[in-house]
Design a protein around this ligand. Structure first.
Ligand code: GRF
Length: 201
């Protein structure tokens, strides 16, 4: 049986699309069984429709956080995923979900963690004046972007680079390391020694 993946996304869904394409090109033998979004206007929901992937929207309202968490938890459990991929999911997952799916949730973050965690990382790195930044895939734990790192990719910031140039360079790298990380996970190649990931090829 194919391993089942659920993707969480709040925005346009380019990382989701990269993962779908990766599977379509037969580079990964797995199935995305659902795309869940907290944002009714997320492009990722439309993309899911166009790929014939079940699109589920659980709209987020601040004052109904508990209700949102419960619905999300139930939807995830019902999907019985082998892996959950947070591909631009802009809500912090509650401990019940993180603990239940321990080391089964991969996140993509647009900086070289532990530098610039949280939101606005690309802009923060650009404004800070760092000369190298990039992106990171990691397991989600109960810290903010502090889980075990799986893969990182470096992007050099050249002096004449605009913020938009940097964003697109980072997204390009994200679209490579996210599918690759998912593949390593699905194929059982990720070994963790203390906090260090070793890929067993
Ligand atoms: C990516 O930059 C990802 O690192 C961050 O959110 C963005 C999502 O982009 N967590 P997209 O929706 O996949 O295009």
């Amino acid at each position: 049986m194919k391993k089942k993946i659920v993707v969480l996304a709040s925005g346009r869904g380019s990382n989701f699309a990269a993962l779908v394409q990766f599977i379509k090109r037969k580079k990964l033998n797995a199935e995305i069984v659902a795309l869940i979004s907290d944002n009714p206007t997320a492009g990722a929901l439309l993309l899911a429709d166009s790929f014939n992937i079940r699109a589920i929207c659980i709209p987020f309202r601040k004052e109904e956080r508990t209700n949102f968490n419960e619905k999300l938890f139930k939807t995830l459990k019902d999907s019985e995923p082998d892996l959950i991929v947070a591909a631009g999911f802009m809500k912090i997952l509650p401990p019940e979900i993180v603990n239940y799916f321990e080391r089964k949730i991969i996140n993509i973050h647009p900086s070289l963690l532990p530098a610039f965690p949280g939101i606005g990382s690309i802009q923060k790195a650009w404004e800070y004046g760092v000369q190298v930044t990039g992106c990171t895939t990691h397991f989600i734990d109960n810290t903010l972007d502090g889980g075990i790192i799986i893969l990182q990719s470096i992007v050099k910031i050249k002096p004449n680079m605009s913020l938009a140039d940097l964003e697109s360079a980072i997204h390009k790298e994200e679209h490579k390391i996210l599918p690759k990380s998912v593949k390593y996970f699905i194929e059982g190649k990720i070994k963790i020694i203390n906090r260090r990931v070793v890929i067993e090829e």
